[in-house]
Design a protein around this ligand. Structure first.
Ligand SMILES: *Cc1c(COP(=O)(O)O)cnc(C)c1O
Length: 398
C-alpha cells in the first residue's frame, strides 16, 4: 500500500509544543464558578474506574442519597445530570412539557428568562408574570396568575443569581397543589447554601449545579423529580424530545437495571461525592448558617464603606450580593483591577442590571470571614482611585 503523502507542515503560528497547563491562583467571588474544595480536587484527580464497575454503582447510590439529604427530599428520581446546571434545567422541562402545555414562568431576572426560552423550545404555551430585577413575587400575585392561566407547570427561580434575590417559598407549593399544577424550582444558587426543603415546600421538580454552593467545579447538574412530576412523565403520549436528558432512559442506569445510557463522567461524580460528603460532614444547617453569617458580614462592611446594596434586606440572597456601582465609577475597570492586581474575581451586572451592579458571590468553600474581610479591605483601599474619575467630580463638588 502506498504511503500517504506527508501532510503539509502546520503553519508555524500554531504552537505544537505547549507547556503543561498552568492556571493562576484566583479567588472566585463572582456569580460562579466558585473555588473548589481541595479534597474535591483530589477526588477529581483519581484514575477513572468503569461506569458499570460495582464500586462505581455503589458510589452512584451514595451520590443520590447525599443529594436527597442536601435537597431534603425522598424523591426516588434524584440524580446528577451529566452537564452543567442548564442541562439539568433543560431536563426538568424536556421531561414534563408536552407540546401545547401551558407553562407559567415567574420572571424576576435573567434565569427566569432562560426558563421562558427553554420552555418555548419544547413547544410549551409559555405565559409569564414579571417583577422588576431586585424584587420577588408574593402569594397573591402568584395565585391570581394561576387562576387566570391555569398552567400545567409553574416555573420559578429560588435564588436569582442575576439580581441577588432569594424568593420566599412559603405557601407556593400549597397554591400549586390547590390549582393542580406542578411546581418547578431553580435551586442552582441555593443548594447547599441557603435553606431549601424540596419535600416540605411541595416542589415537584428542581435542578442545581455543582460549581456554586457545592464547592465542586462545573460539570454536573443535580436533578430531582417528585411523584407528581413522575406521573406526568409516565402519562405523556410521545417520547421525551431530548434523548440525552430523557429521565425514563436515564433511570434505567441510575435505577436498579444499570443499563448503559451514556458513559457517566465518572471523575465528576467522584468530585460530587466528595463535595456532598463535605456538606454532610459540616451539616446542612451549619452550612446554611455559615453562608448567612458571612453574607451579613459582607453586607455590613459594604454599607460601612458607603456602598448601596441593590436588594432590600429581607429578600437578600446569602450566596450572591448585588452592590450598586457608585455614580461615575467604571465598574468594569474596577473589577478588572481586582482580577489583574489581586487575582480576585467579582462579577458584573447581567441584563437589566448590566453596568449598574457588581455581583459578589460567597458560595460553598469560598464563604469564609477571611474572604469577606479581604474583599472589604480591597474595596476600602482600591475603590477611591476609581471614584475620582472625571464624571464623579461634579457630584462630589455639588
Ligand atoms: C448558574 C445558574 C444557572 C445555569 O447553570 P450553569 O451551570 O451555568 O449551566 C441557572 N440558574 C441559575 C439561577 C444560575 O445561577
Amino acid at each position: 500500500m502506498p504511503l500517504l503523502p506527508v501532510p503539509p507542515t502546520v503553519s508555524s503560528t500554531h504552537r505544537l509544543a505547549l507547556d503543561p497547563i498552568a492556571t493562576p491562583e484566583r479567588l472566585l467571588l463572582g456569580p460562579g464558578p466558585s473555588n473548589a474544595h481541595p479534597t474535591v480536587l483530589q477526588a477529581l484527580a483519581r484514575m477513572p474506574i468503569g461506569h458499570l464497575d460495582p464500586l462505581y454503582i455503589e458510589l452512584m447510590g451514595e451520590v443520590q442519597e447525599l443529594l436527597r439529604y442536601a435537597w431534603q427530599t425522598d424523591n426516588r428520581l434524584t440524580i446528577p445530570m451529566s452537564g452543567t446546571g442548564s442541562a439539568a434545567m433543560e431536563a426538568t422541562l424536556a421531561n414534563t412539557i408536552e407540546p401545547g402545555d401551558k407553562v407559567l414562568v415567574a420572571v424576576m431576572g435573567y434565569f427566569g428568562q432562560r426558563l421562558v426560552d427553554m420552555a418555548g423550545r419544547y413547544r410549551a404555551d409559555v405565559v409569564t408574570i414579571e417583577r422588576p430585577w431586585g424584587e420577588a413575587f408574593d402569594l397573591a400575585e402568584l395565585e391570581a396568575a394561576l387562576i387566570t392561566h391555569k398552567p400545567a407547570i409553574l416555573a420559578m427561580v429560588h435564588a436569582e443569581t442575576s439580581t441577588g434575590v432569594c424568593q420566599p417559598m412559603d405557601g407556593i407549593g400549597d397554591l400549586c397543589r390547590r390549582h393542580d399544577c406542578l411546581l418547578l424550582l431553580d435551586t442552582v444558587t441555593s443548594l447547599g447554601a441557603v435553606p431549601l426543603y424540596i419535600d416540605a415546600w411541595k416542589v415537584d421538580l428542581a435542578y442545581s449545579c455543582s460549581q456554586k454552593g457545592l464547592s465542586c467545579p462545573p460539570g454536573l447538574g443535580p436533578f430531582t423529580m417528585g411523584p407528581r412530576a413522575e406521573a406526568k412523565l409516565a402519562a405523556r403520549s410521545g417520547k421525551v424530545p431530548n434523548w440525552y436528558l430523557d429521565v425514563s432512559l436515564l433511570n434505567k442506569y441510575w435505577g436498579s437495571d444499570r443499563v448503559y445510557h451514556h458513559t457517566a463522567p465518572v471523575n465528576m461524580n467522584f468530585g460530587m461525592r466528595e463535595a456532598l460528603r463535605l456538606l454532610a460532614e459540616e451539616g446542612l444547617e451549619a452550612a446554611w448558617a455559615r453562608h448567612r453569617s458571612n453574607a451579613e458580614r459582607l453586607w455590613a462592611g459594604l454599607e460601612r464603606l458607603g456602598l448601596e446594596l441593590h436588594v432590600s434586606e429581607p429578600l437578600r440572597l446569602p450566596t450572591l450580593t448585588t452592590v450598586r456601582i457608585p455614580e461615575g465609577v467604571d465598574g468594569k475597570a474596577f473589577s478588572r483591577h481586582l482580577l489583574d492586581r489581586f487575582g480576585i474575581e467579582v462579577g458584573g451586572g447581567l441584563g437589566d442590571l448590566a453596568g449598574k451592579v457588581w455581583r459578589i458571590g460567597l458560595m460553598g468553600y469560598n464563604s469564609t470571614p477571611e474572604n469577606v474581610d479581604r474583599l472589604l479591605d480591597l474595596f476600602a483601599s482600591e475603590l477611591p482611585a476609581f471614584q475620582s474619575s472625571p464624571a464623579a467630580v461634579p457630584a462630589a463638588i455639588a
